[in-house]
Ligand binder design. Structure first.
Ligand SMILES: [Zn+2]
Ligand SMILES: [Zn+2]
Length: 476
């Protein structure tokens, strides 16, 4: 099997294997000069075979399996034997937020995305809290997450959402990675003293931050060491795990795409509630270096609020915000796409390029056989409208075979926009020399077509030339 893949078969919190990955990742990242890096890499690197029932046991990443299965069992069983005290409940929730923020404000926004600068004391606190979430080292976590952003929804994305909700949630950790994640540079983290400190004391930090500290606080505070261990330690850990995992699963599955619909990330309030504010994931994938996930004040993003407060306390600085003008361009693009879909569902009048060009003589002679009328250079067949004309049949009949432009636009009655739109649907031809592409005469363009959604190719494409057909069958 591929050596490369084996080297990268790391578990979520195994520092020894993390070293291997980190040293690979921090070596100068060489990306081949090819048209499509993802396609090239998939073609030229080996992957482990797909998981099947027969190879499942051999392909499991047992350390991750234990870490993701033992705490829920211990937590639930422990909860039967250890009564929950209210002080412990409050502490467990508080510690859930604290260790969760270690991941969201620390691992994610600070180290993986460098969305702001943190003072050294804050970095130590975030690194310690993040370690209490048992999600691997900062470097390993950031390396995978940067690959996730660079190669979203591809085989080089370690938690590729296209492989299914549960794969993105936990599956990618439970089995050995099928292939190495795409190249991502984490050399900036290599010399970070806090990242190095975390690595050096990783196992001790896990024990202390994950289990000893939550028990100790409950013991010293209100004499509930067991409750502290079960509720603020073990069960809190299960909740933090699945909270973070939801960023890879739920945030790529539930909600809207207000900024871009190229990939799976989505915005949803529910995801935000279960992930301490990481639920505006469509925005985040578009503007990953922004310290915010939610850009509106009323949206739930406690991680953003926390970073902002820390900046006011002088512990954080250089909070990055993507230019609002560019954010709004993304939103506008998505709104235009929606409008374009609405526009495409409607029927539109033929324009001068699609209609036969008719001479005045042909027009007047054909108008003797059927009710044709000239308005703004277009010839209209009003046969199925004469009786329904709100202004009366008489007015229409007066203008058959004639130019009714002035009468339609106010000479007799200044018609409504809706009337103009409806009239345009009755076009059957263009008068030769009567409508010089209509653009210099606003009246040739119905109100519904004066503002339209057009793709750039449609704006640039020259119109097809009209076919001149001066004859009896020109209109038909
Ligand atoms: Zn994502
Ligand atoms: Zn991210």
């Amino acid at each position: 099997m591929s050596d490369v893949v084996k080297k990268d078969s790391v578990s979520i919190n195994d520092p020894s294997t993390t070293t291997t990955t980190a040293s690979q990742a921090t070596s100068p990242v060489s990306v081949p000069d090819v048209d499509n890096y993802v396609a090239y890499t998939i073609k030229n690197t080996k992957a482990l075979p797909p998981i099947t029932w027969s190879n499942l046991l051999n392909e499991l990443n047992w350390l991750s399996v234990y870490i993701l299965t033992v705490p829920p069992v211990v937590g639930v069983v422990g909860a039967f034997y250890v009564k929950l005290q209210w002080e412990t409940a409050v502490w467990a929730v508080a510690y859930y937020f604290l260790t969760g923020l270690g991941i969201t404000a620390g691992y994610h926004r600070l180290w993986a995305h460098r969305a702001y600068n943190a003072s050294l004391p804050l970095q130590y606190i975030l690194a310690a809290l993040g370690t209490g979430s048992l999600q691997g080292s900062i470097k390993w976590w950031s390396r995978g997450h940067r690959a996730h952003h660079r190669y979203t929804d591809t085989e080089l994305d370690p938690y590729n959402a296209h492989k299914g909700f549960w794969y993105a949630h936990v599956g990618w950790m439970l089995v050995k990675p099928r292939r190495r994640p795409g190249a991502a540079d984490v050399s900036d983290l290599r010399h970070n003293p806090v990242v190095k400190w975390q690595h050096k004391y990783y196992r001790s930090l896990i024990l202390f931050m994950g289990f000893i500290l939550p028990s100790l606080v409950a013991y010293l505070g209100w004499g509930d060491a067991k409750g502290g261990f079960i509720y603020a330690g073990v069960l809190r850990l299960v909740f933090v795990h699945h909270s973070t995992f939801c960023v890879n699963s739920l945030a790529h599955w539930l909600g809207e795409t207000p900024f871009d619909d190229k990939h799976t990330p989505r915005d949803h309030m529910i995801t935000a509630f279960v992930t301490i504010g990481e639920g505006y994931h469509n925005f985040h994938h578009q503007f990953p270096m922004d310290y915010r996930n939610a850009i509106k004040w009323y949206q739930y993003d406690p991680t953003k609020w926390c970073i902002w407060v820390l900046s006011k306390l002088g512990l954080a600085s250089h909070l990055k915000v993507f230019p609002d003008n560019e954010v709004r361009k993304g939103q506008l693009t998505m709104e235009l796409k929606k409008l374009r879909r609405t526009q495409d569902k409607l029927s539109w009048p033929s324009d001068s390029n699609d209609l036969p060009v008719i001479s005045w003589e042909s027009f007047t002679s054909q108008a003797e056989k059927r009710p044709l009328m000239l308005i703004s250079g277009f010839i209209h067949d009003v046969s199925n409208f004469i009786e329904e004309h709100p202004g009366g049949e008489h007015f229409i009949r007066n203008y058959i075979g004639k130019d009714a432009t002035t009468a339609f636009f106010g000479g007799v009655y200044d018609h409504s926009n809706a009337a103009h739109n409806l009239l345009a649907m009755k076009r059957v031809g263009v008068l030769h020399g009567g409508s010089p592409h209509g653009l210099d005469d606003k009246r040739a363009i119905p109100p519904s077509q004066r503002l339209r959604i057009a793709r750039y190719t449609e704006l640039l494409a020259p119109g097809s030339s009209s076919t001149y057909s001066d004859g009896e069958d020109g209109l038909l």
